[in-house]
Design a protein around this ligand. Structure first.
Ligand code: PEP
Ligand code: MN
Length: 338
């Protein structure tokens, strides 16, 4: 962090601020220019607020040199994080395919879809048991019973299960029952929830908030990591823009930008981004081509009867066809990165 003082700032004010900073364990390197003095702060400045320092009337400007996220930052950990669970990997060249219905509706429904997506090459099963619905009158999910159904499907397919946790009080159950804890877009900045997810070792799939900047997204990951859980997978799921023809706008730039700034894997959710079934394959192709670390896709064998998000769900046959193209494209992408 650099503090630039106003021309003619009184010496004793500078000395006072230097002492204050030093009392917080920060060393101050002072540069005295012809008109202005500059402080270069060395040490952990994470807890300092640039805006608050600027309130001081001898200060002209405060600039942060380093990014506020540390554990998620590639500068401090150059190699890709690979998240591994039950022998399945995401990140560092391992492409994860997470698939399943928006919501778990019944054992028959979930098992049918789980077996179909496995046969097409999915390596993780998704499904919502606790659903964050926009309307309180919409289907809210089966709750704990939904997770029990997922466990049966895990038993039958051997695939790890991923489902959304909405409340901090559920952490113990989720850590015990689930292979990856999903934190949904609407909860990306639910800091209590992030901290709870950070206290366990279960990997977390963190979805980008509806209007979150990249930095806010990485700071949300930082919350989880700062509590000790480094197994974070990021998910770009579209952001809210002025466009109304698609449910959200897939921000494809998020993939290379996040990969440059962070070592964490980033997957793309083409289902919630586009919001309609026929956009899922084109958006998936874009995600694969740009080098995403995986995808998470909604699949339903009877979309017209789905309790949630039927309009954006692929039928198993379309998912299977898409997966064939994903494999072709993936091969080409790997060829190109050789
Ligand atoms: C979901 O994946 O089912 C979901 C609710 O997604 P999002 O949090 O991205 O809206
Ligand atoms: Mn959904």
């Amino acid at each position: 962090m650099v503090i630039v003082f106003k021309p003619g700032a009184p010496e004793q004010e500078l000395e006072k601020m230097k002492k204050q900073l030093e009392s917080k364990g920060i060393s101050v390197s002072v540069t005295v220019g012809e008109n202005q003095t500059i402080f270069g702060l060395i040490g952990d400045t994470r807890s300092l607020s640039a805006g608050q320092i600027e309130l001081n009337n001898v200060v002209e400007r405060v600039m942060r040199i380093q990014e506020p996220y540390k554990k998620a930052n590639r500068s401090f950990r150059p190699e890709d994080t690979v998240v591994e669970v039950r022998g399945q990997k995401i990140g560092g060249g391992h492409f994860g395919v997470i698939a399943g219905p928006c919501a778990i509706e019944s054992e028959e429904q979930f098992l049918t879809i789980a077996k179909a997506v496995k046969a097409s090459g999915a390596n993780f099963l998704r499904g919502g048991a606790f659903k964050p619905r926009t309307s309180p009158y919409s289907f809210q999910g089966l709750g704990k019973a939904g997770i029990d159904i997922m466990k049966i499907a895990r038993e039958e397919t051997g695939l790890p299960i991923i489902t959304e946790m909405m409340a901090p009080k559920h952490i113990e159950d989720f850590a015990e029952d689930v292979d990856i804890i999903q934190i949904g877009a609407r909860n990306m900045q639910n800091f209590d929830l992030l901290k709870e997810a950070g206290k366990v070792k279960t990997p977390v799939l963190l979805k980008r908030g509806l209007a979150a900047t990249y930095e806010e997204f990485l700071m949300a990951a930082e919350y989880i990591m700062s509590e000790g859980n480094d197994n974070v997978i990021l998910c770009e799921r579209g952001i809210r823009t002025f466009e109304t023809w698609t449910r959200n706008t897939l921000d494809i730039s998020a993939v290379p930008v996040i990969q440059r700034k962070s070592h964490l894997p980033i997957v793309v959710d083409p289902s919630h981004a586009g919001g309609i079934y026929w956009l899922v394959e084109p958006l998936t192709k874009a995600a694969v081509a740009i080098g995403a670390d995986g995808i998470t896709v909604e699949v339903h064998h009877r979309p017209e009867e789905a309790a949630s998000d039927g309009q954006q769900s692929l039928i198993p046959e379309s998912f299977d066809k898409m997966m064939k193209n994903v494999m072709i494209l993936r091969k080409a992408v790997m060829e190109m990165s050789k």
